[in-house]
Structure formats: structure tokens, C-alpha cells
Design a protein around this ligand. Structure first.
Ligand code: GRG
Length: 295
């Protein structure tokens, strides 16, 4: 697929997803207005919408007859809750997110905690309400997303990440944290797309493996971008992560090894893709775009 067509199709999904989010999330003038303004402040700050686009693209690869947009809006609400909570002083203590002041900087800590809570619960309300004619599908989507974002995966990965701060990690421990903290949600986006597309159990398993590769590649690339960003800013040969004592594959094994690992995972994902769908043009271009992204 040529880059122009890829950009147009991505943009088309993005616009539909943002419309669905707008439709599903209470407006900023709904009481309590501070809470709904805080939820929308973070949701509308313009993230890449990667996870919801993955839901739609995988569903489309299976020639879906069900609407992927409620699930897409739901996963973006969940992702945005994790970012709001991750930015809090008790966690990463960040001032900026998606080019805007973080939720707690703009609305205060209590409102940011509650905005995250509101988005997390809304996620499952959207899934519960979004598939009224197919309750079995709604049930599967709830279980997929709750599992990926619960204490065994996303929340557990975040716990271990926080608890291991400043401790020298080995590569397997680091990979385990990344698979849970970041990879599980990306894999869930793919699995949910497959369910909406009506995939068989065997196909869902191949999609799961595809999502796991993609999720791990995403984190390694994120680490490479973090590492090189500060190299460019400071002109130093060590990246921000190393200077901050944050352990990543790039700081542990070097930039070349991290780039090699990201490319291996991308190729594995591309290979798995050809096993579960014949309609792979957009997804294949999406996998490449994720590998080549610069933010
Ligand atoms: C608070 C339960 C809880 C979990 C937090 C998401 C997360 C777990 C931590 C964020 C830390 C981080 C920056 C991890 C790197 C990978 C990641 C999730 C990046 C942000 O996702 P993008 O790049 O963001 O898709 P946008 O803004 O484009 O949606």
C-alpha cells in the first residue's frame, strides 16, 4: 500500500474513532463539569489512536460484519486512564502529556485520579452497551480487555516497574515488565478486532501472537525514541534513560541491539499476519508505520 493511501485510511479510522469517543463520553458541561472536563482534556489531547486503529484494522482484515467503533472507543478510554494515572506525582510525576499539561497539572490531583477512574469504568460500560445484538461478543470483549488491563498484566506490570525503579534489571525481567505494562493492551486491541471480525479460536490465537510481537516491538521502539531524543538534545552519547537510571533494552544492550530486536519482532509480526488474513494491506502498512514511527 502506498504511503498516501495508508495515511488516508489511518486518518479515516481516526476521525470515526474520535466521533465515537465524542458520542460515548459525557460532554464537558455535564455535571460534575470538572470531572468530565478533566476526562475530555486528556482524551482530546490528540494521541496517536494506535490501539483503537488496531481494533478496527484487525476487524477489517477478517471482513468484520460487526461495528469495531464501540470497542475502539473503549480501549482508547482505558489507555487514556493509564496515562492520566501514570503521570500522577505518586507514579511518573509528569507535567506534560500529548503536548498539554497533564491532567493533574490542569485540574488537580484528586480530579485526575477520578478522571482516570471515570474513564476506566466507562470503558466497560461502552463494551457492555456497544454490542446489544451479540451479548456473547460483548462478554468476550469485556473479558479480553479486563484481563489485559488487570493485575496480572497491565496493572501488575506497572507495579513491578515502580517497585524495580533504580534496581539493575536483567533482560528477561525487563521484557516481562514491558510485555505486561505495554504489550498486553496492544495484544488485546488485536484480539478484540479478531473477535469482532468473527475469527475462529485458532485464528484468535495467531492474532494474539501477532499482538504480542507488535506490543513488545512498540515498547522497544518507545525506548529507542526516548534514548535518542536526549542524545540529540544534549549531544551526549548516553540517552536520557541511562542518565535517569531508567533501565531499558537500549541502556542494557545498546542502541544497535535494541534496533535489531525491534526489527526482528516487526518481521515476526508481519509473518504471523500473513497466516491469519489474506486482506493484509493496511495492517501490514500499519506494522511498518509502527516500526518507523518517530513519536
Ligand atoms: C497507571 C495502571 C497504570 C498503568 C500505566 C501506560 C503506562 C502504564 C505507562 C506509561 C508509561 C509509558 C510512556 C510507557 C511506554 C509505552 C506507552 C504506553 C506509551 C504511550 O502510548 P502511545 O505512544 O501514546 O500510544 P499516545 O499519546 O499516542 O496514545
Amino acid at each position: 500500500m502506498d504511503p498516501k493511501e495508508f495515511t488516508e485510511r489511518f486518518e479515516n479510522w481516526r476521525l470515526q474513532i474520535e466521533k465515537e469517543i465524542d458520542h460515548r463520553v459525557p460532554s464537558a458541561d455535564t455535571e460534575p463539569t470538572k470531572l468530565h472536563s478533566a476526562m475530555r482534556h486528556s482524551l482530546e489531547a490528540g494521541g496517536k489512536r494506535l490501539r483503537p486503529v488496531l481494533v478496527c484494522a484487525v476487524a477489517e482484515a477478517f471482513s468484520s460484519k460487526s461495528n469495531p467503533l464501540p470497542a475502539a472507543a473503549a480501549i482508547e478510554c482505558l489507555h487514556t486512564y493509564t496515562l492520566i494515572h501514570d503521570d500522577l506525582p505518586a507514579m511518573d510525576d509528569s507535567d506534560l502529556r500529548r503536548g498539554r499539561p497533564t491532567c493533574h497539572k490542569a485540574f488537580g490531583e484528586a480530579a485526575a485520579i477520578l478522571a482516570g477512574d471515570g474513564l476506566l469504568t466507562l470503558t466497560f460500560q461502552i463494551l457492555g452497551e456497544g454490542y446489544p445484538t451479540d451479548p456473547a461478543l460483548a462478554n468476550n470483549l469485556v473479558v479480553d480487555l479486563a484481563t489485559a488491563s488487570g493485575s496480572l498484566w497491565l496493572v501488575g506490570g506497572q507495579m513491578d516497574d515502580i517497585d524495580n525503579e533504580g534496581i539493575p534489571l536483567d533482560v528477561p525481567t525487563l521484557s516481562s515488565i514491558n510485555r505486561r505494562k505495554t504489550g498486553a493492551l496492544i495484544a488485546a486491541a488485536c484480539i478484540m478486532g479478531a473477535r469482532i471480525g468473527g475469527a475462529s479460536a485458532e485464528q484468535v490465537e495467531t492474532v494474539r501472537q501477532f499482538g504480542v510481537c507488535l506490543g513488545e516491538a512498540f515498547q522497544v521502539i518507545d525506548d529507542i525514541l526516548d534514548f535518542t531524543a536526549t542524545e540529540e538534545q544534549t549531544g551526549k552519547s548516553s540517552g536520557r534513560d541511562e542518565a535517569n537510571g531508567k533501565v531499558t533494552l537500549a541502556t542494557l544492550e545498546g542502541l544497535d541491539a535494541a534496533r535489531k530486536r525491534a526489527e526482528e519482532l516487526t518481521q515476526q509480526a508481519d509473518h504471523l499476519l500473513s497466516q491469519f488474513s489474506a486482506n493484509t494491506d493496511f495492517l501490514s502498512a500499519l506494522v511498518r508505520w509502527m516500526a518507523d514511527r518517530s513519536n
